[in-house]
Design a protein around this ligand. Structure first.
Ligand code: UT7
Length: 318
């Protein structure tokens, strides 16, 4: 497959670090230095499906195809408004598509898992040509806004990519290590009178330093792995589009891979960590900069709850 269009959307409301320091004991200095976020977007009225539909419309426009040309829609989200209908079904309706649509998730790595799934559908020979992959997250609805160790990190947003037949997806890797202690977000359906266990709190819990160490190790290992699979060396990579979880994670990865920081796309300062939406949002930022040219090698990578991680190598051509 190859990527022929990208799009992103964020809600209008900006929450700055100074705004947050009126809500929890924190400071602009701490958040900027320890995480790299200056501000993030939060939704007032829009849902993850609403953001996703806007990002999807932009991706279709940039791919120069219409919603009727889509053969499949795959949506990554952990923050959809309803379990049923899926967020994918709501986005399908909003953009006026008629193709099958389904949700899948692997927390912050979800977009990468969905992209790899899109590639598998396209190469399956079952007639899927144009696939829309969307990642959309309204993290603000599942955060504990009294917990300074998580609420300062995350933000809302959506990113999307249209992919079609092609030879631009050179290699990929998917990884899961089942773990329910380092990072978890319980789902919340408390209706059963028969269930005897106590229901868990529905908000994000993250052991920051363990997640941090996992992230740095996996970015480095995954990128080396996919570079080797693609038959290139790490120094051949022109741009790295990484999950935007913490600027220090990116900086460690840059040092350990020997890839200069200016090859990493960085937008965490503007949007914070938007979970699975962060990779397609950063990819869209890179595309919009207008520097990409045919033949450029892009490495993308993500990591997070699961624990999970994923990476791929793309040879850009449009
Ligand atoms: O997207 C999913 C994947 N997620 C990630 O990859 C996130 C990975 N983890 C991280 O980015 C970092 O671990 C955090 C940003 C979550 C935390 O940064 P840290 O440097 O690991 O901080 P820490 O948890 O070790 O805490 C250091 C200190 C503590 O104070 P004491 O005990 O040393 O007095 C915390 O209470 O910083 C304190 N602290 C804060 N201080 C001001 C924690 N959060 C804040 C805050 N403002 N918001």
């Amino acid at each position: 497959m190859k990527i022929i269009g990208t799009g992103a959307y964020v809600p209008e409301k900006i929450i700055t670090n100074d705004d947050l320091s009126t809500m929890v004991e924190t400071s602009d200095e701490w958040i900027t230095q320890r995480v790299g976020v200056k501000e993030r977007r939060v939704s007032v009225n829009e849902t993850a499906a609403d953001f996703g539909a806007e990002a999807a419309k932009k991706a279709l426009l940039s791919a120069n195809i219409s919603a009727e040309d889509l053969d499949l829609i795959i949506v990554s989200t952990i923050t959809g408004e309803t379990l049923c209908p899926t967020t994918a079904a709501l986005i399908q309706k909003a953009i006026g598509a008629t193709c099958p649509a389904f949700d899948m998730q692997s927390a912050c790595s979800g977009f990468m898992f969905a992209l790899d799934t899109a590639d598998s559908f396209i190469s399956s020979g079952k007639g899927y040509k144009n696939v829309l992959v969307v990642a959309t997250e309204r993290m603000s609805k599942i955060l504990d806004w009294t917990d300074r160790s998580t609420c300062v990190i995350f933000g809302d947003g959506a990113g999307a990519a249209v992919v079609t037949e092609g030879d631009g997806y050179l290699a990929s890797s998917l990884y899961t290590k089942g773990d329910d202690e380092v990072l978890y977000i319980p789902s919340c359906t408390k209706n059963s009178p028969f269930f005897e266990k106590e229901y868990a709190d529905t908000k994000v819990f993250m052991n920051g330093s363990e997640t941090f160490n996992f992230a740095v190790r996996k970015i480095v290992d995954d990128i080396k792995e996919v570079a080797e699979k693609a038959g290139i060396s790490v120094s051949d990579i022109d741009y790295i589009v990484s999950h935007q979880a913490n600027i220090r994670i990116i900086s460690y990865a840059s040092k350990r891979l020997g890839i200069p920081m200016d090859k990493f796309v960085v937008d965490i300062d503007k949007y914070g960590n938007t979970s699975s939406a962060s990779v397609p949002m950063a990819l869209d930022d890179l595309v919009k900069e207008g520097k990409l040219k045919d033949g450029d090698i892009i490495a993308m990578c993500a990591f997070g709850g699961g624990l999970s991680s994923s990476a791929c190598i793309i040879k850009w051509s449009k």
